[in-house]
Design a protein around this ligand. Sequence first.
Ligand SMILES: Cc1cc2nc3c(=O)[nH]c(=O)nc-3n(C[C@H](O)[C@H](O)[C@H](O)COP(=O)(O)O)c2cc1C
Ligand SMILES: [Fe+2]
Ligand SMILES: [Fe+2]
Length: 397
Amino acid sequence: MYFNIKSNVYHVGNVDWEIEHYQGFKYSTHRGSSYNAYLIEEEKTVLIDTVSEPFTDVFIKNLKNKIDLKKIDYIVINHGEKDHTGALPELMSYIPDTPIYCTKNCVKSLKGQYHKDWNFVVVKSGDTLSLGKKELTFVEMPMLHWPDSMACYLSQDNILFSNDAFGQHYASSALYNDEVDQCELFIECLKYYANILTPYNKLVTRKINEILSMNLDIDMICTSHGVIWRDNPTQIVELYLKWAENYKENQITILYDTMWDATRLMAEAIAKGLIQEDSEVRVKLLHLSKKDKNDVISEVFKSKAILVGSPTVNKGVLTSLASIFELIKSLGFKEKQAASFGSYGWSGENIKVLNEKLKESGFELVNDGLKIAWTPDKEGIESCMNFGREFAKSTKF
Ligand SMILES: Cc1cc2nc3c(=O)[nH]c(=O)nc-3n(C[C@H](O)[C@H](O)[C@H](O)COP(=O)(O)O)c2cc1C
Ligand SMILES: [Fe+2]
Ligand SMILES: [Fe+2]
């Protein structure tokens, strides 16, 4: 199926209702995803992006229903990642000489992945491609989120084809942002930003301001995943600007794991203390071994502060903590406060290990942490509650 989205512009991508994990197991896709590709039929015909490899056959069949493949004058590849280029080798086998417009870095990523010497035309920011009466203008978007990423803008129709930027992993029968469940949509937008774009906050701000300074009229933002933004399309741009400013809400998230529940009892008592001290703060408890790691990151993203808890295990901490820290560290969160806690039996290295991980992940330590031997008794629970109260005081907005 293809859909006319404006004048001679068509959505020719595919919805993936079944996908549960994306990029291997790096990113959970609870609500599926879509690979959006677009066809513009002006005097010249251009295909923007393709789809993920498993959808190759259905994509090409669909495209053939719409157009004789030989009529495609140009292919624009905004980003070389396989979810947008998986169908490209097969497509190129039908139209091997068709020029592929992309960035210099995209040539590298395509050659590196597919080992083909296609007819590449390297474009830079500001370069244009005439389609007859209308033209496409290219805007490089390095590191949003790969070195090869770019967007392009179609004049007169005022459409920004932004590729991964402003997208969400969200399968829907509807094409447009105003047609879907708004709660679901924005949960997926935030998860996408938190898990993919947080490391590039500064670049996001700079690039968006650069695009805004071009004073383009934007009627639609056509992303490569999820909905097309047509109702107040720049609302997602404004959200990105907000999220890029080391975003936080009045939330404290407690991340913990436990073997015999001692650390869980500590976590729950600390949560009680937090709420006693500050009735306004939203507190969430996340058992790391039971929660999806990308959902955990969404909660960390929204938090002004986090508390991390693990028992001592073989002089270290539970692997769920080590694992989430690998992810947290790589995302480079800034301006967030933190502290650690946990139970131990004899040597008690947990707090030292957790504090180290918090520091190297860029968190500001509010105190030295709290460790309790074995299962907390009444006094232990009281000291956890007090720890919570003090933490709430030090992290108040
Ligand atoms: C496999 C295993 C290894 C442990 N290694 C250590 C250790 O190296 N140092 C220590 O102080 N306690 C160690 N302990 C004791 C736990 O830290 C202690 O039982 C703690 O109360 C467990 O907290 P939890 O109920 O939150 O899992 C270990 C316990 C287990 C089961
Ligand atoms: Fe990507
Ligand atoms: Fe993508």
